[in-house]
Design a protein around this ligand. Structure first.
Ligand code: 13P
Length: 253
């Protein structure tokens, strides 16, 4: 019932020539991608407009971040508003990635403002959450993720968040080659769904897509995506190779 979404977060990778090359390969491959799967790529911000203009209908474009400011424009040097992204053909914005939390001091209050900016501009927010290794080892992972989700999403109505996508990315699995097992992903996704059910009701919980991210590869994607509460993936390293990303999109089909 929920459509699978596979999203590629390129992070701070690919110079211009490399980015065009990867984008072209993905565009070429897109005709053979399964119709049942939605596909999004989030390249460095500089490439967004060009990609949004020239991607095939299959591949949608997302930003890796967005300003927390609600103003559509103004004197905020370096910021890119949700409205500006939207006007350039961008459909999604990743918010609250653990690397933004770690290196830029973002917390769930600020991330909530970014979600608000997305809601106002009708940009689809992809809200990232996930526990650190220390939090998992001390058996606090459910509690930590519940707090992240309920803080960032507090004050919203179910209707305002109708487009929301959640990405569960355990920090210890990002870029480490150490993936959560399919069972670990499933039990956390089920808990996130139970949490949003308490916050926004059963209909919302049934509908919201929850992606898994963290060392997702062609070799493990089908098993992880096969779990009932996993609705696709947010892919880092493996999204930088057209063959790997395409294989993950087609995993299990
Ligand atoms: P990796 O797939 O490289 O572990 O990165 C996951 C991620 O952070 C996607 O946002």
């Amino acid at each position: 019932m929920r459509r699978r979404l596979v999203a590629g977060n390129w992070k701070m990778n690919k110079n211009y020539r490399e980015a065009m090359d990867l984008f072209e390969k993905l565009n070429e491959a897109s005709a053979a991608m399964p119709a049942e799967v939605d596909v999004m790529i989030a390249p460095p911000a500089l490439y967004l407009t060009g990609f949004a203009k020239t991607s095939t209908r299959k591949i949608e474009v997302g930003a890796q971040d967005v300003s927390h400011r609600e103003e559509e424009e103004g004197a905020f040097t370096g910021e890119v508003s949700a409205a500006i992204l939207k006007s350039a053909g961008v459909r999604y914005a990743i918010v609250g990635h653990s690397e933004r939390r770690q290196y830029h001091g973002e917390n769930d209050e600020l991330i909530g403002k970014k979600i608000q900016a997305c809601v106002k501009a009708e940009l689809t927010p992809v809200y990232c959450c996930g526990e650190s290794l220390e939090e998992r080892e001390s058996d606090r992972h459910f509690e930590v993720v519940r707090k992240q989700v309920s803080t960032a999403l507090s004050g919203f109505s179910a209707e305002e968040l109708s487009a929301l996508i959640i990405a569960y990315e355990p920090v210890w699995a990002i870029g480490t080659g150490k993936t959560a097992s399919a069972e670990q992903a499933q039990e956390m996704h089920a808990d996130i769904r139970a949490n949003v059910k308490e916050l926004f009701g059963a209909e919302f919980a049934e509908k919201v897509r929850i992606l898994y991210g963290g060392s997702c590869k062609p070799g493990n994607a089908a098993e992880i995506f096969g779990k009932p509460d996993v609705d696709g993936g947010l892919i880092g390293g493996a999204a930088l190779k057209a063959e790997d990303f395409t294989a993950i999109i087609g995993a299990g089909f």
